[in-house]
Design a protein around this ligand. Structure first.
Ligand code: TYC
Length: 99
């Protein structure tokens, strides 16, 4: 007996939410040690990881810190940026959708 070909393509059962990058931007004023401190506190990085990310942003202008769902990325970027503002530093974390 012939079997009819399925007329629809199965949809994936789970959909992945879009992901967002948190970017660390370089500036000329924020002390390196402060950048490392914020990366450790807000993004739970080891001292080694934080140092590497900080120095990459310092040399190249920016560095991807991590990737999250949108609300998590925005909250962490805002908290990290606010921590710098509290100290009077211009340090900036930005959020950008992954392509
Ligand atoms: N460029 C800063 C300095 O020389 C340090 C720094 C590194 C600032 C990374 C921001 O994202 C940054 N004091």
């Amino acid at each position: 007996m012939p079997v009819a070909a399925p007329r629809t393509v199965a949809k994936p059962k789970t959909q992945h939410p879009k992901l967002y990058k948190v970017l660390l931007l370089n500036d000329d004023f924020t002390p390196r040690e402060f950048v490392v401190t914020v990366l450790k506190a807000e993004f739970r990085m080891s001292a080694d990881q934080a140092q590497r990310v900080m120095i990459t942003a310092h040399r190249r202008g920016l560095c991807v810190v991590a990737v999250f769902q949108r609300d998590v990325a925005e909250t962490k970027a805002a908290r990290a940026t606010d921590a710098a503002r509290d100290k009077g530093y211009p340090l900036l974390f930005a959020v950008e959708p992954e392509t």
